[in-house]
Design a protein around this ligand. Structure first.
Ligand code: ZN
Ligand code: ZN
Length: 179
């Protein structure tokens, strides 16, 4: 399991008009089912400065690895997501041209300080983790009887006979028929 990497700091003081920042990071994230997903990503952030604000456009690419929902094997999914937000000093700034206002989160900042992008990347990744992560679209899961991974071949079990739930039902039906 990877430890989360440290901060991804945007040095706002370095931005004259437009600067690009790049980071590599690993994240250990909770899945919707209470498991763990390991993400390894490359982050590219373009920061555009205007009179009273910074527009941050981030793209996050990499992969997420977690347990397959059906077979508990390892599954890996590519990640490619992007988000935009505005850091403003003083009055809230309007979004730049071509950016939809509804997609924008405005965050106040004090002066030309460092801004840690890490929590926002983490948030974006959590939204990207599917509820049911599968190792492949047609994963066959595991045999309910012997636990074999059915992706690796047939285990030879008869799925109908021997399942304790069916046994209980048969006993119940037999008992009923005797009376
Ligand atoms: Zn699977
Ligand atoms: Zn089996």
């Amino acid at each position: 399991m990877n430890d989360d990497t440290g901060p991804m700091e945007l040095d706002l003081g370095r931005v004259e008009t437009r600067s690009t920042f790049s980071f590599d990071g690993t994240f250990d994230l909770p899945t919707p089912e209470g498991g763990n997903a390991a993400c390894a990503v490359a982050v590219n952030a373009t920061v555009t400065r205007s009179a009273s604000s910074y527009c941050v456009e981030a793209r996050v690419r990499g992969s997420v690895r977690a347990e397959c929902h059906r077979c508990l094997g390892s599954s890996e999914l590519p990640i490619d997501t992007a988000f935009t937000f505005i850091l403003h000093r003083g009055e809230q700034a309007p979004p730049p041209d071509g950016v939809d206002e509804e997609d924008i989160v405005s965050i106040p900042v004090q002066g030309d300080t460092m801004f840690d992008l890490y929590p926002r990347v983490r948030e974006a990744l959590i939204l990207e983790i599917p509820i049911k992560l599968l190792c492949r679209e047609d994963c066959r899961g595991v045999c309910m009887k012997c636990g074999a991974n059915l992706n690796e071949g047939e285990c030879g079990c008869d799925p109908g006979i021997g399942d304790p739930r069916w046994g209980a039902l048969k006993k119940f039906l037999n008992g009923e028929s005797k009376t």
